[in-house]
Design a protein around this ligand. Sequence first.
Ligand code: ZN
Length: 116
Amino acid sequence: MNTAELTALHIETLTEARIARTLASIARRAETLLTEGGYKVETAWEGLYHVLGPQGQHYMVVSDTILDNHCDCKAFAEYETCKHLQAVELMLRDEAQAADYDALHTDADDGAYARF
Ligand SMILES: [Zn+2]
């Protein structure tokens, strides 16, 4: 391998490391975006969300099983993911878990009432 090839490989490795760090940072920030981050999510309809930032930022996020996921921020344009999209996905996961929990408890209550 000549010097030019080694340099190219080095740059590629540095770029991959930078991307990996950025993706890890996005995932970390998404976890607290709606709590400590002061962001809010408004559901336009199922699959389409407005993410509102504490400084008046506004992002349109698509998180859907049929349409491709999307956010109109700069990070998404570069990395095809972002803290807004991931925060919405975490919120939806939590809501689904809460719904499962409620369904489970409703069934248990029905069972209890059915005995009387
Ligand atoms: Zn975004």
